[in-house]
Design a protein around this ligand. Structure first.
Ligand code: AMP
Length: 804
């Protein structure tokens, strides 16, 4: 009983510490210093300080007494968590200015751990940092009130028990994702989207927004991870946002499942309800009919009226401008303006010479108002001149008579004309297409390749399609852009089992994903087999589509290199690994083979051979006018015999359409592998693949490190623009580094071509021993620790990177 009473004095609900009394100096720190420290915490601001106010340890092992020390008014809650941080929040609205807060927490997973005390703060939150992933913490919120008489009161909350996020585990998906507000600001809208965190309350989020000019945001603000403002959204666009919770700040994998939000921004007219304020809407439902007016036998020409019709818009423009153009005749375009209230117009007296029969015309209509002009609606037709000239004054009966008399002749004539018409129409269409391609080629640099355009007319008979029951599907070997990749066997025509990798679509793919999957199949079909490309074996396009490709037993090069490096490190740590103490670039005795299992640790010569094989594969792709656009070690696969093969070239598809790279995995763009011009102008060429090859070479040399270690992706563009490039890896010769630097020249034309690179590597391989040193005694550990979890992500989820 006596013991209990003594404890009660020290740990009672209100611990009063007199200014001059010794009670104020529990644990030995002077109260004066503590108060002085606290007084430097701004009253209205939100700042924390490590004030060494050694307040008594409120959490004794005596539970009875602990309960006595708790406040009814302190309610801490967990705002968010990562693998190593917990953000604790509480309400401070009614707390007096002389109250300060701090947290005591303890790791329950460690048997002998002690309470840690956070900084003292006047804020309504504290971030507990450097915690252990997946560990459980007990957290107390304490308040320390300093009274005018310098007495202090300490109160403590009931404990919260919280677990940090686990390593390698996806956070919970966001519960609710919604549009909170859309506000008009200067001819555009600002949207605020909000979400409700999943059960595990992850702190960081990645939001990709898709619109015509799409980009992405990563919510890296610990204290505002429940909403995002997206400014300057143009009128009348549809947006799709995808949010994923991230396990940690720099996480580039193990993102949560996505949650999607679709919303539409009101049009200008919906906003202002005033036609003059807005660019008019594009005229809709345009139709065109030409009517024969008369036929001039002497000139062999006919006169037509073209009647146009379109829908009435909700907001009438000032006027419409109509343009009539002819394809295969010497006609100049004809212009006509009609009032904004019109919904039809007639272009009269268009004379068509009989030699121009089947002349194609195109009518384009644009709505105009003081705010600008609309997008153009256009329609293409050909004059219906397959007629019997109608003499003036003749009636339908006369025509009928003529028809009966010359019927058979007309029928023959008609067939000829229709055939000619069809042929000419085709020719016109082809010319138009050629013109389009020509224009496209003029707009984009010479070796931007029209990947699909190059192959879409491919009429190779489709014997790729197989019955799925010719496949034996085994275990999962990876996960790619579309879904799982499984190992399996294909029963060929002799019923022999051929090892294959089978790429499948995830459940419930979107139409877009399906389209891209089929496009990948199409591109793979068009690429002839090559030893350094992962080639198509077969495909299934009906039902659940499957891509069946050659199997590469050693998986992707990045993982292979990292595994090899880890193994090297392990051997080094075991100290049974005898290091050569040779000088830096002499590699004849890199490892001692006598005592250790060196399988799957590539020799320098092999590493250079990997690089050379990749160059050969890329040279071939370039010759097919294909751009890879995601050339990186993760997309190189390794076979049992150490042949390397370039994979995922089927993703190189969008160039033809919009010249903007959109990788399907959540819109991820491989920033760290991207050439300058890809970042600034979204221009991809074979020469930007050369840049990526330079990065890939760096990955090989550093055994799978992540490029630009220690640099955030956001910092990369300004750095590269200012001329910054990665340093020479410590184990890399000057000559090999010079190759990388050439690949990273700012001007694409100054970079070597793949053909030139092939020659360079041929020469290098002949004198390989001087180029790479994997002697771990020479290589700093930290240099090779680039790919551990603490480094920034390898991708930025961003569709378009703008100049910063
Ligand atoms: P991908 O969809 O091509 O990005 O593939 C995802 C992962 O699946 C790769 O990183 C490899 O580990 C594995 N994988 C893909 N294709 C193959 C293949 N042909 N042979 C062996 N593993 C593969």
């Amino acid at each position: 009983m006596f013991v209990l009473r003594t404890f009660f004095v020290v740990l009672c609900v209100v611990v009063r510490c007199g200014a001059s009394g010794t009670e104020s100096e529990v644990n030995g720190t002077s109260l004066g210093g503590c108060l002085d420290c606290l007084s430097h915490i701004p009253v209205n601001g939100c700042e924390s300080r490590k004030c060494h106010c050694k307040v008594p340890n409120l959490r004794s092992s005596d539970d009875n007494l602990q309960l006595q020390g708790r406040s009814q008014f302190l309610f801490p809650r967990i705002y968010c968590k990562t693998q190593t941080d917990i953000v604790v929040m509480w309400n401070i609205t009614n707390s007096p200015n002389n109250t300060y807060f701090f947290i005591d927490y303890i790791n329950k997973n460690l048997s002998r751990s002690q309470y840690t005390r956070s900084n003292t703060t006047r804020c309504n939150f504290t971030v507990l940092e450097n915690l252990e992933p997946g560990n459980t913490y007990e957290i107390f919120l304490n308040s320390l009130t300093v009274w005018p008489d310098k007495n202090t009161t300490i109160e403590s909350s009931t404990p919260l028990t919280v677990q940090t996020l686990k390593l390698h585990k996806k956070p919970d998906r966001v519960k609710k994702f919604y549009l909170h507000s859309l506000t008009l600001s200067k001819n555009a809208y600002d949207a605020v989207v909000r979400w409700e965190k999943g059960e595990d309350k992850a702190c960081y989020y990645d939001i990709v927004s898709f619109e015509e000019d799409y980009n992405s945001n990563e919510i890296r603000d610990l204290l505002n991870n429940e909403e995002l403002k997206i400014a300057n959204l143009p009128f009348g666009k549809n947006y799709s946002l995808i949010i994923r919770a991230l396990p940690d700040k720099d996480a580039d994998e193990n993102e949560s499942e996505p949650t999607v939000l679709n919303f539409a921004v009101p049009t200008c007219h919906e906003t202002y309800k005033l036609a003059s304020m807005c660019v008019p809407d594009k005229p809709e439902n345009l139709t065109a009919n030409d009517k024969l007016v008369d036929y001039n036998e002497k000139n062999n020409s006919s006169r037509h009226n073209i009647q146009l019709h379109w829908s009435k818009p909700t907001y009438a423009p000032n006027y419409y401008q109509i343009k009539l153009m002819f394809y295969n005749s010497s006609h100049h375009p004809i212009f006509l303006n009609v009032s904004g209230n019109s919904t039809n117009a007639t272009i009269e007296d268009v004379v068509v010479s009989f030699k121009d029969f089947s002349v194609h015309y195109l009518v384009a209509i644009t709505a105009h108002s003081s705010a600008g002009k609309s997008a153009t609606s256009a329609i293409e037709r050909s004059f219906n001149v397959s007629f019997i000239p109608v003499p003036e004054g003749s009636t339908w009966n006369d025509v009928e008579v003529i028809m009966i008399v010359v019927g058979p002749l007309i029928a023959i004539g008609l067939v000829i004309m229709l055939t000619a018409n069809w042929y000419l129409a085709k020719k016109v269409a082809r010319e138009k297409k050629l013109k389009y391609f020509k224009e496209l080629n003029e707009k984009i640099p010479p070796n931007i390749i029209t990947a699909i355009g190059g192959f879409s007319n491919n009429s190779v008979p489709d014997n790729w399609e197989i019955n799925p029951n010719r496949l034996i599907i085994k275990s999962v070997i990876g996960e790619g852009a579309f879904g799982l990749v499984k190992k399996g066997y294909h029963l060929d025509s002799n019923d022999d089992k051929v090892e294959v990798a089978i790429k499948m679509m995830k459940d419930h793919p979107t139409m877009e994903e399906l389209k891209q999957f089929y496009q990948e199949i199409d591109i793979m079909k068009s690429v002839p087999k090559h030893p350094h490309l992962v080639c198509l074996v077969a495909c299934v396009t009906r039902g659940s589509p499957l891509i069946v490709v050659e199997y590469c037993s050693k998986g992707d090069l990045q993982s292979y290199l990292r595994r090899a490096w880890d193994k090297l490190m392990k051997l080094k740590n075991e100290e049974s690994f005898i290091l050569s103490m040779n000088s830096q670039y002499v590699s004849n005795a890199l490892y001692d083979f006598s005592q250790n299992d060196m399988t799957d640790i590539p020799q320098p010569k092999e590493l250079l051979s990997f690089a050379r094989q990749i160059v050969i594969g890329m040279e071939y792709l370039a010759s097919l006018k294909l751009i890879h656009r995601d050339l990186a070690a993760r997309n190189i696969l390794l076979c049992e015999d150490n042949t390397v093969k370039i994979s995922d070239f089927g993703l190189s598809r969008d160039v033809y359409y919009d010249n903007v790279y959109r990788k399907v995995t959540g819109g991820k763009v491989p920033i760290r592998w991207m050439a300058l011009e890809c970042m600034t102008q979204q221009v991809y060429t074979t020469q930007s693949d050369v840049w990526a090859f330079g990065i890939l070479l760096w990955e090989i040399v550093t055994m799978g490190s992540t490029p630009y270690p220690g640099i955030q992706t956001q910092e990369l563009l300004p750095l590269l623009k200012s001329g910054f490039r990665m340093e020479r890896p410590i184990n890399c010769s000057e000559e090999l580094y010079a190759i990388m630097c050439k690949c990273w020249k700012a001007s694409p034309l100054d970079r070597p071509t793949f053909s030139e690179l092939r020659v360079t590597f041929d020469i290098l391989l002949e004198k390989v021993s001087c180029y790479l040193n994997l002697n771990v005694s020479d290589v700093s550990m930290s240099q090779h620790n680039f790919y551990n979890n603490t480094f920034p992500e390898r991708y930025v989820k961003q569709g378009k990177i703008v100049d910063v």
